[in-house]
Write a protein that binds this ligand. Structure first.
Ligand code: PMP
Length: 401
């Protein structure tokens, strides 16, 4: 029956981990997937998460189904985290929200909802480049994926002029996907002043802003500061869509905890939108998983745990920033690597777009057992005091040829 099914290509990001696992060299380093590692290169379960799990266990919870839109306490606390208690849609109870299968699920629910109900356009504009999964998510949701300029290879920074021109030229009422903070894969974010300009263009062109916030807290170490773009757009009067993930900032990767929300005009519109979100979700997966939602909600709703979590998010962000400093210094000063490496320090969040070429990344994998995506993106969280010297030396060797 399936003799006509061709073998598909490996996933460009998860495929890197497969190659890493198959490598037996003790020096091997995996900088492919965006999962935080501690100073010893080990996966990190946050103490706030362990404590939340202890509290949950002590409360002897049942395993009943959640409602279609998930744990009500979580959808409330998640929107509070993103929008802030002072935001008008939060205060007026006008944010239609559902729990989601982490950030990916949130994007997919959003895509499906727009495909079904957004009356003006099927076109969604993604930054070029964007997270590799954005294109298939939105395409499979039934939207038409287009791109706007984002990254300037020459400056290894934001192509702000290109971005503005492309958004100004997008047909009115198109959907535009914005990374709320810590842009993946480039690590390049607009400044607050640039966000204001983007907001003005989005307003002028009547574009619909769809935020993907997979790294709240990871960019600056502060969840409030990282919500700047989302909160600015809301305060400027935009209706927004928002995908949230607790994978990175709570280290809940495999628990699949997240949320999707849409700001509505009033509580009545919110209720209608939520009723349709349920109809989108029910045939997809019926209702979301419990455990991660309970953990995330315990942290967000318990002031003690919340404080501890915030400190841990800051700790993760700071360790990454210290690795940026050290990598820059080693490439520039220790190894006198040709080229300008300032972007390693200035880029934000979990990733750095190194500027390494695809052949260089291939050579690093084959000769130095160092794995990253072919576009030269590295997960900074994979670097630590034990492997960074070897990494810098190997990169320098690859650049020198
Ligand atoms: N959006 C972006 C930009 C991401 O980088 C990721 C994770 N790599 C996600 C969404 C979704 O991740 P998850 O489904 O694990 O929450």
């Amino acid at each position: 029956t399936w003799s006509n099914v061709p073998a598909g290509p490996p996933d460009p990001i998860l495929g890197v981990t497969e190659a890493f696992k198959a490598d037996k060299d003790p020096r091997k380093i995996n900088l492919g997937v965006g999962a935080y590692r501690d100073g010893d290169g080990k996966p990190y379960v946050l103490n706030s998460v362990k404590k939340a799990e202890d509290l949950l266990r002590a409360s002897n919870p049942d395993k009943e189904y959640l409602p279609i839109t998930g744990l009500p306490e979580l959808t409330k606390s998640a929107t509070q985290l993103a929008y802030g208690v002072d935001s008008v849609p939060f205060k007026t109870k006008s944010i239609a929200t559902t729990q989601s299968i982490s950030g990916t699920g949130a994007l997919r629910i959003g895509g499906a909802f727009f495909a079904r109900f957004y009356p003006h356009s099927k076109a969604i504009y993604l930054p070029v480049p964007s997270w590799g999964n954005h294109t298939p998510i939105f395409r499979d949701s039934g939207l038409e994926v287009r791109g706007y300029r984002y990254f300037d290879k020459k400056t290894v920074g934001l192509d702000f002029e290109g971005l503005k021109e492309d958004l100004k030229n997008a047909p009115e009422q198109s959907i535009v996907l914005l990374h709320a903070c810590a842009h993946n894969p480039t690590g390049v974010d607009p400044t607050p002043a640039q966000w204001k300009e983007i907001s003005d263009i989005v307003k002028e062109r009547k574009l619909f802003p769809f935020f993907d916030m997979a790294y709240q807290g990871f960019a600056s170490g502060s969840t409030d500061r990282d919500a700047l773009a989302v909160r600015l757009f809301v305060s400027e009067g935009h209706q927004i869509a928002l995908a949230q993930s607790f994978a990175k900032n709570m280290g809940l990767y495999g628990e699949r905890a997240g949320a999707f929300s849409l700001t509505a005009a009033d509580p009545d519109e919110k209720a209608r939108v939520e009723s349709q979100l349920k109809i989108v979700i029910r045939p997809m997966y019926s209702n979301p998983p419990l455990h991660g939602a309970r953990i995330a909600n315990a942290i967000l709703s318990n002031p003690g745990l919340y404080g501890e979590w915030e400190a841990e998010v800051k700790g993760m962000a700071e360790r990454i920033i210290s690795m940026r400093e050290r990598l820059y210094n080693e490439l520039t000063h220790t190894h006198k690597t040709p080229g300008e490496w300032g972007h390693i320090k200035s880029q934000i969040g979990m990733f750095s777009f190194t500027g390494l070429t695809s052949p260089q990344t291939k050579a690093l994998a084959e000769r130095a057992h160092i794995y990253m995506t072919a576009d030269g993106r590295i997960s900074m969280a994979g670097l630590n005091g034990k492997n960074i010297d070897y990494f810098a030396e190997s990169v320098s060797g690859a650049v020198k040829g």
